[in-house]
Design a protein around this ligand. Structure first.
Ligand code: SF4
Length: 497
């Protein structure tokens, strides 16, 4: 389906900024929005200047999402009073959910667009300007697969590639299915074309994205599609690291474990949402696996890849959760030995079945359980990290992930298993995007330190691009020749926790 794009003449010279809230899916959608705006003649606003167009790409999953949105809009209202021709657009999940309410509550908003019609943004901005009237356009089904749109990538060394959007599950705490719709799978050839285009631009690491990557292929009737896709990515010359998020325990099959273990560039890292260790709570969440199955998958992953780092998402205080249910979660966490867990206190999200379930728990009960879970997981994360002291690691040097680096004189990178490592390195010669080999000398619960001498440093094309301030741009499904044109860290799961 073709996407109307505003001619560069109409937008020429106007500047834009996109602010992103929420999961990687949104981060990646924002790359598409930036690409789309640049194709239409907009250019990125210089830091410290007020853009002509501000796009808020919102999230409806996280707590206080609407407070955040209206807080931001309140601030932008005062900027707009000084800068009359500024335009404000709101997209993403909260826009899909709240629709016209946004312009009723914040009449200074110019455009509201949904998760199914990202491609309409330039046209809606132009129409809002021409008609001097707010434009609200929300579609009920996917208009264009977002990957068909141009993208301006955040990172020169690491890229996101969507394999599917939407979700066929009905987890009772999650708003994603009603906002992103049913799962739509992208053909493997299109996924691989985008992976190759990124690698041709020097990108070393690709993360395959979907709300439930393990059900990839359901739409075209191939249950092995995800394992086959991993294997096919293994054949892409120059692609050094493949990751994926999020898998779902219900659909996780052994052929995916085989593909991970036998494809050398697939990283031994698994972020698999547990949500609860209690089978009663899992049932109430409508998560159709049980704790035994979950732990069985972990056992088989570790048998095939003993060095695998496994992380998870857990919700504490789901309606009806008893002390015994919570103890079951602690038991599974103790058995699972996660390297890290993203823990969430349950909060009522309007529009989800769980929001109206009986048995909503008082805040202090949830808080107390949450603190016990964090304390247990901290101990486990620290113990697991300490096992790595003395081990050699390969690091992909990162930018923006080591906030204390300037003070400690270290640089930061990600190990193949996804762990964050602060290492002793010389930024005069080592650039983000380069590869270094070093040895772990110290472990903390949330990071590792490598103060040993660097064993090897490989300069990469990604490092050249970072040094030159260039980032990849891809032009959509037809892809053509992408072109390279500074990067950002991102949050964990695209599942709706
Ligand atoms: S929590 Fe994840 S699997 Fe469940 S409905 Fe939401 S996106 Fe789908």
């Amino acid at each position: 389906m073709s996407t109307p794009i505003v001619t560069p003449a109409q937008a020429a010279g106007r500047t834009y900024a996109v602010r992103t809230f929420g999961c990687q899916m949104n981060v990646h959608d924002s790359e598409r929005l930036s690409g789309l705006l640049e194709s239409s003649g907009y250019r990125p606003a210089e830091p410290g200047t007020d853009p002509d167009v501000v796009v808020l790409n919102t999230c409806a999953v996280r707590e206080n999402a609407d407070n955040k949105l209206y807080g931001n809009l309140g601030h932008l209202a005062s900027v707009k009073r000084q800068k009359k021709d500024m335009q404000i657009a709101v997209g993403g999940c909260l826009a899909q959910k709240d629709r016209g309410t946004i312009v009723e509550k914040a009449p200074w908003v110019d455009v509201v667009f949904g998760t199914h019609n990202l491609g309409s943004l330039p046209v809606l901005l132009e129409r809002a300007r021409h008609n001097a009237q707010a434009q609200v356009e929300i579609k009920e089904s996917l208009e264009t697969f977002p990957s068909a749109l141009p993208a301006r990538r955040d990172s020169a060394y690491s890229g996101w590639v969507s394999i599917s959007v939407g979700c066929n599950n009905t987890c009772t705490f999650c708003i994603v299915p009603s906002l992103r719709g049913k799962e739509t799978d992208r053909p493997p050839a299109d996924v691989l074309a985008e992976v190759r285009a990124l690698v041709a631009e020097g990108v070393l690491e690709v993360t395959l994205l979907g709300q439930n990557v393990n059900s990839y292929g359901a739409e075209f009737g191939d249950r092995s599609a995800f394992a086959n896709l991993l294997r096919a990515c293994g054949d892409v010359e120059g692609l050094e690291r493949i990751r994926f998020t999020s898998p779902h325990p219900r659909d996780f099959t052994d052929d995916v474990i085989d593909a991970m273990a036998s494809t050398p560039n697939v990283c031994h890292q698994l972020h698999m949402p547990l949500q609860s260790g209690s089978d009663v709570v899992l049932k109430a969440m409508r998560r159709s696996y049980r704790s035994e199955r979950y732990l069985g998958i972990l056992e088989r992953v570790r048998a095939a890849m003993p060095d695998a780092a496994i992380t998870t998402d857990i919700i504490v205080g789901f309606p009806g959760e008893t002390e015994a249910d919570f103890q079951a979660t602690l038991d599974v966490v103790a058995a699972a030995r996660f390297s890290a867990a993203f823990t969430f206190q349950y909060s009522q999200r309007p529009g989800t079945p769980a929001a109206t379930m009986p048995g909503q728990l008082p805040k202090q009960v949830v808080q107390e359980r949450y603190e016990r879970l964090i304390a247990l997981q901290e101990d486990i994360s620290w113990a697991e990290n300490k096992k790595l002291v003395g081990r050699d690691v390969e690091l992909l040097v990162a930018t923006g992930e080591g906030r204390k680096d300037a003070g400690t004189g270290r640089m930061t990178g990600r190990a193949r298993d996804g762990r964050l490592v602060h290492f002793a390195g010389d930024p005069a010669t080592i650039r983000p995007g380069d590869i270094v080999h070093t040895t772990i000398t110290y472990a903390a619960p949330h990071h590792l330190v490598a103060d040993a001498p660097i064993q090897a440093h490989r300069r990469t094309r990604a490092g050249d691009n970072v040094e030159a301030g260039r980032r990849p741009r891809t032009s959509g499904v037809g892809l053509g020749m992408p072109s390279v044109g500074p990067p950002a860290p991102v949050p964990a799961s695209v599942c709706g926790a």
